[in-house]
Design a protein around this ligand. Structure first.
Ligand code: LC8
Ligand code: ZN
Length: 266
């Protein structure tokens, strides 16, 4: 492996040093794997894309926990109280959870890249098609089963809404720790700019199923250094095990293959 530029790691870098992703580069026969690099000039403006409509009920928030891959905030998805619709979607989709991916340093951490640029972190808000499928588990197996909103995080000013999450992280430092989280409105983490890219992809961790309509917001949100450092204090490991810091929990870039990334903006 020759490293062209250590600060801009390429997939060979991750294959060599990335113990977390023992899984194959992409699943055998996979034609729509995620994440991908979004080459801005190759994305195609689609005037028929509608604005994304987001309506979350903060009281559907349940708990925040460390699952050994990331930390996630889960929602009561037994009703249509927290949903998204419009955009590239034919149905409305229910919010199930959101989580993040981040790096050990600010040079990388996001899963998707824009013109080969990594952001220090990326937020995923995961929704499932409860109009067509009876359960999330079934939706995970279907091409139009899931819709994930991706939001890039960049280093900048303090993010008030994120701080509520950051304050809870010490209580879920270890894998499989959980605390109740009563009220949280995740729309505070989504940029007000309506512009997004969208493409057909997959889950970025096992089972890597090709069931995700990705909606990647063009504008990042700004968070400060202390907030990113708080993510990096979490552990992959359970209490009592040898500590392994939870960092670099992102999958290597996958081939675009026969896909087009559409943009909602010109
Ligand atoms: N990084 S992501 O948004 O693509 C992602 C990946 C995996 C899973 N879940 C893994 C899974 C599903 C069924 C059994 O196990 C989820 N999710 O569940 O929201 C999201
Ligand atoms: Zn994710």
């Amino acid at each position: 492996f020759t490293f062209s530029n250590i600060s801009e790691p390429d997939s060979s870098f991750f294959l060599l040093v990335h113990p977390l992703w023992q899984s194959p580069l992409s699943i055998p026969g996979g034609t729509r794997q995620s994440p991908i690099n979004i080459q801005w000039r190759d994305s195609v403006y689609d005037p028929f894309l509608k604005p994304l409509k987001i309506s979350y009920d903060p009281s559907t928030c349940l708990h925040i926990w460390n699952n050994g891959y990331s930390f996630l905030v889960e929602f009561d998805d037994s009703t249509d109280k927290s949903i998204i619709m419009g955009g590239p979607l034919e149905n409305q989709y229910r919010l199930k959870q959101f989580h993040f991916h981040w790096g050990a340093i600010n040079e990388w951490g996001s899963e998707h890249t824009v013109d080969s640029k990594f952001y220090p972190a990326e937020l995923h808000l995961v929704h499932w098609n409860a109009v067509v499928y009876p359960t999330f588990e079934e939706a995970v197996m279907e091409g139009n089963g899931l819709a994930v909103i991706g939001v890039f995080l960049k280093l900048g000013k303090h993010h008030e809404g994120l701080q509520t999450l950051v304050d809870a992280l010490p209580a879920i430092k270890h894998k499989d720790t959980i605390i109740e989280f009563d009220v949280f409105d995740p729309s505070c983490l989504i940029p007000s700019c309506p512009d997004y890219w969208t493409y057909a992809g997959s889950l970025t961790t096992p089972p890597l199923t090709e069931s995700v309509t990705w909606i990647i917001k063009k504008k990042p949100i700004e968070v400060d250094e202390n907030q990113l450092e708080a993510f990096r204090m979490l552990l992959f490991t359970s209490d009592g095990e040898e500590e392994k810091r939870m960092v670099d929990n992102f999958r290597p870039l996958q081939p675009l293959m026969d896909r087009t990334v559409r943009s909602s903006f010109q």
